[in-house]
Design a protein around this ligand. Structure first.
Ligand SMILES: NC(=O)c1ccc[n+]([C@@H]2O[C@H](COP(=O)([O-])OP(=O)(O)OC[C@H]3O[C@@H](n4cnc5c(N)ncnc54)[C@H](OP(=O)(O)O)[C@@H]3O)[C@@H](O)[C@H]2O)c1
Length: 317
């Protein structure tokens, strides 16, 4: 079957490590695994990290990439795939599809049956394919970790990205005052259209916020600390611009800040998110929909950094 996979690792030029070509049909590591025919998937920065060799080693190659998918199960049901899979050999006890087990950028993918959730009425396959990684991460950052219901204001850093646009859209839908930074003027205009107050990176906010959504890291972390209200939660799920920022610990203890790490979310949180999007008519911010036959163009777009929202792959085109 046709698939997009890491055939090498290249820290400087991740696109050079990507191959689109034939791979064997999915194997079932256990009796509870099933094969899903993929209809739509979406790209994440995780796929670029894998090609760079972050989280993937040479002995795991070739590895089919892709964490997110919507497809059809063996009984003909339309399903959303929850991408976190039990993995006894991994120190976390789990892994995300495309780390130890082949991912979703293929005609078919194998997953444990318990990882299948029904596609809710009213959500298209391409919209739902945006939710299981970036949107799930943003949902957990805001709700379980950020306890956004205890506050009124949210700051989202690097707002053009997949997780960040999700956080903006969800925080607005939850009725919060949302501030969002982006380096790019055109992206700031689009963030404002989503209902947030758009700012240049490092700009002083009109108020200190209760929750900060951090996926950028070194380039924005000091601003996140300065923008946090007393007792605020700074929730970190990524470090696209560097993972070793300077941290002003005086501010952390004087303002009694909570700095919380998080990764992905639970199946229950994904179920909540799917229901929230269906009920509140919240739809993912889609940068572009690319046919599976041109998935390499989708990778190039994500690597350029010039995206606003999710790059979706249509496997039926
Ligand atoms: N832990 C998890 O479960 C989890 C899940 C999903 C993602 N992540 C991580 O979260 C991060 C974002 O993922 P994504 O898929 O949303 O990525 P993405 O769509 O590629 O977005 C990255 C965004 O980061 C901002 N950015 C990049 N470099 C920057 C810099 N030097 N200064 C300021 N902003 C910068 C950009 O925002 P502007 O252009 O608007 O400034 C960009 O749009 C990645 O590191 C990813 O690995 C983690």
């Amino acid at each position: 079957m046709r698939a997009a996979y890491a055939s090498a690792l290249d820290a400087d030029n991740p696109l050079a490590a990507l191959t689109v070509g034939d791979r064997p049909e999915p194997a079932h590591p256990g009796p509870d695994w099933v094969t899903v025919q993929v209809r739509a998937s979406s790209l994440n920065h995780h796929d670029l990290w894998s090609l760079r060799g972050v989280g993937l080693t040479r002995d795991q190659l070739p590895m089919i990439l892709g964490c997110d998918a919507v497809g059809t199960d063996p009984d003909g049901n339309e399903v959303v795939i929850y991408p976190v899979v039990p993995t006894p050999g991994d120190p976390r006890g789990v892994s995300i599809l495309s780390e130890h087990f082949p991912g979703t950028f293929a005609e078919r993918v194998a997953v444990p049956r318990m990882n299948l959730l029904p596609l809710p009425d009213g959500l298209s396959a391409t919209d739902a394919a945006c939710l299981p990684t970036a949107w799930l991460t943003a949902w957990r950052m805001l709700t379980t970790k950020g306890r956004v219901d205890e506050g009124e204001s949210v700051l989202v850093q690097g707002a053009g990205g997949g997780v960040a646009t999700a956080a903006v859209a969800l925080a607005v839908a939850l009725g919060k005052r949302v501030y969002a930074t982006s380096r790019d003027a055109a992206k700031r205009e689009r963030i404002a259209e989503l209902g947030a107050t758009a700012l240049e990176p490092g700009a002083r906010l009109p108020e200190r916020v209760d929750v900060v959504i951090e996926t950028v890291g070194a380039a924005t972390f000091d601003h996140s600390l300065k923008s946090a209200a007393p007792m605020a939660r700074i929730v970190v799920s990524g470090a696209t611009a560097g993972h070793e920022p300077k941290v002003n610990l005086r501010r952390v203890f004087a303002m009694q800040l909570e700095i919380l790490g998080t990764s992905m979310g639970t199946p229950g949180e994904l179920t909540e998110l799917l229901a929230f999007c269906a009920e509140h008519e919240v739809r993912p911010v889609v940068d572009s929909v690319v046919p599976f036959s041109r998935i390499d163009e989708g990778f190039a777009r994500l690597a350029s950094g010039d995206v606003f929202g999710k790059v979706v792959i249509d496997h039926t085109a």
